[in-house]
Write a protein that binds this ligand. Structure first.
Ligand SMILES: [Zn+2]
Length: 250
């Protein structure tokens, strides 16, 4: 039996009954007492699929902020990729570990039907970080060439306070979340950081160089000011503070 949502099964020797619960993260827990078999528990869950779906729907509609947009993996999730909101789908497949496909029209995670939501989300995040690195390297190579500058190393992370930074030795750090933003916004941050190599400040000369490389940079900087904080709501870091207005390039 495959359910239209991820299920976590756990044996509980002291439990008296088979129990189904839906936690705040949208995860479905199936508790199996000692006196019941897995098959019995699964049959019970199969008979309550509609009830579970109603609970999941209630969670999403009543407390959308509480979920903080962590995927529920029930087929209703979306995620922006390069500025375009795409459906996020969990595709049952017999694989040793989840595989992620960042397609043109959908994001698909292939994983066995018993995979926990948390593991699906982790696989997705790792794939997005890998993709962000590939994209960032391309942008850095291209823009550094145009600028006649050299970068040395790249770090992809998830900082809350800034989208990027650049050290004097050519080490560039970028947020993976730039992959969620429109491509020109990602490019703007790369140009911005590279321009810090000759100008490690926000002086008029620095901004003149940015403008020379990207004449329409102001609209992309504005996009980050207006919508950047929203990027932190997707796949939130665990136990993260609520999004604050990020200090752009401190
Ligand atoms: Zn800066």
């Amino acid at each position: 039996m495959q359910y239209p949502f991820p299920v976590v099964e756990r044996s509980h020797p002291s439990a008296r009954h088979i129990r189904i619960s839906v936690n705040a993260g949208g995860e479905v827990l199936l508790t199996i007492p000692r006196r019941a078999t897995k098959a019995e528990a699964r049959a019970f869950l199969a008979s309550r699929v509609e009830w579970v779906q109603a609970q999941l729907l209630k969670l999403r509609t009543q407390a959308p902020r509480a979920l903080s947009r962590a995927p529920t993996w029930d087929g209703s999730d979306v995620l922006p990729l390069r500025g375009i909101e795409m459906p996020l789908r969990w595709m049952p497949a017999s694989l040793a570990r989840p595989q992620v496909r960042l397609g043109e029209t959908a994001i698909e995670v292939f994983a066995t039907s018993g995979t926990r939501a948390e593991l699906l989300t982790r696989a997705l995040k790792l794939a997005l970080m890998r993709e962000a690195r590939i994209e960032a390297e391309d942008l850095l190579n291209h823009e550094a060439h145009r600028l006649g500058l050299q970068w040395r190393a790249l770090r992809i992370g998830d900082p809350r306070a800034q989208w990027g930074s650049c050290a004097r030795d050519g080490m560039v750090s970028l947020s993976w979340r730039l992959l969620l933003a429109p491509p020109e916004v990602f490019r703007y941050v790369v140009v911005h950081e590279l321009c810090h190599l000759p100008h490690p400040d926000h002086s008029p000369r620095f901004w003149a160089l940015v403008a020379q490389q990207m004449p329409d940079y102001l609209q992309h900087r504005d996009w980050l000011k207006r919508q950047g904080a929203g990027l932190h709501r997707w796949l939130p870091a665990r136990a993260a503070a609520p999004p604050t207005q990020p200090d752009l390039f401190a």
